[in-house]
Design a protein. Sequence first.
Length: 322
Amino acid sequence: MWVAVANLQNLALPGRRYYPNQDGYSEAAYRRKVAWVGQQFHRLSADVLLCPEVWDEQALREAVAASKLRYPTVVVPGAEAGAQGTPRLGLVSRWQVERLQTLSDFDPADQVPVPELGLQTRFERPVLMAELRGPQDQELTLLGVHLKSKRPKFLLDAEGNPLEDRDDPSVQARATLRSLLMRAAEAAALRRFVVTLARGRQRPLVVAGDFNDGPLSVTSQLVAATQAVAYDREARDTALFHAVDLQTEPGLRHDRPYSHVHQGWPELLDQVWVSEEFDPRSRFAVGEVRRVEVFNDHLLEGRDGSRSDHGFLRVLLQFRGA
C-alpha cells in the first residue's frame, strides 16, 4: 500500500479569489496547474493520497482525471461547493472508505488562549479521519492533518486591514508567537485523537499531512510522543513512529529528506507517522514501512503557479500476508 502526502498549494477553480490579496487563476493557468498535478499523481501512483490546500473539490477531481488513473474516492469535505476562509484536505483513495469524518472542535480541556486573539477552540483547517479497508481486507485508520503555518499571525480589523506595523521586529516576534501557540494548540488537540484511536490497538493508525514543522520539533512530538518511548516502554501503545525512521528496505537510509524550502532552509514539513503496528520489532506488528520516497525536484525549478511549493512524500506500507 502506497500512501502519499501532496500539498497542492492553493488548488482552486479559475477566477476564484481564494484570498483577498490573491488573484484567481486564469483559465490557461488553471489548466497548466491541473495538468501538472495530474502528472505528479500519475508519477506517485499511490493507493491513498492526502492533499492539503484544496479550495474546490471539482479542481481536485479534474486533476485526478488528468492523471489517467482510476480512484473510486475523490473527496474534499468542506470544499464541495468551494471552501471559505482556509483551504481543505482532499482524500483520493483506491481503498474502500468505510467512514469519513472531519474533526473541527477541540476538546474543552485543549482550548488555549492566544495573545490578542482570544481562546482557540478549533482547528483552523479541520482534521480528516478516514477508516479504510484494503483489497485483501486490511484495515487502517488515517488522520489527515494540515497544522497552522509558521507565517506570523498579524492582527487585522473586520475588513482585513492590518492593525500592526509589520515592519517592526517586535511586532513580527509577537505575531510569530501567536502562530506558534496556535500550531501547538492544534498539535495538543490532535494528540488527544491519536491517543483515543491508538490505545487498545483497534486498527493500525497512520497520521499524515503538512505539519508545518519538522519531525523533532516540539509540536510534532506533541502529536507523536515518540521520545517518551525511550524511558517508558508502555508509551509505545499510543506513540507514533516516523516512517523515515522505520523503513526496512536495505540501502534506503540516508540523510533526512526535505519537502519544503523556506528562506533557503530545507525542512521536512510533510510527514507520515505510523502506530506501533508498523514497527516490525513490535509483537503487535501487522506490517512494516518498506520504503519512503520524496519527490522534490520541482522545488529547484523556480517558483511557478502551476507547481507546488512542497515536495511530495510517498510511503510504502506492507501488510503481512498481503
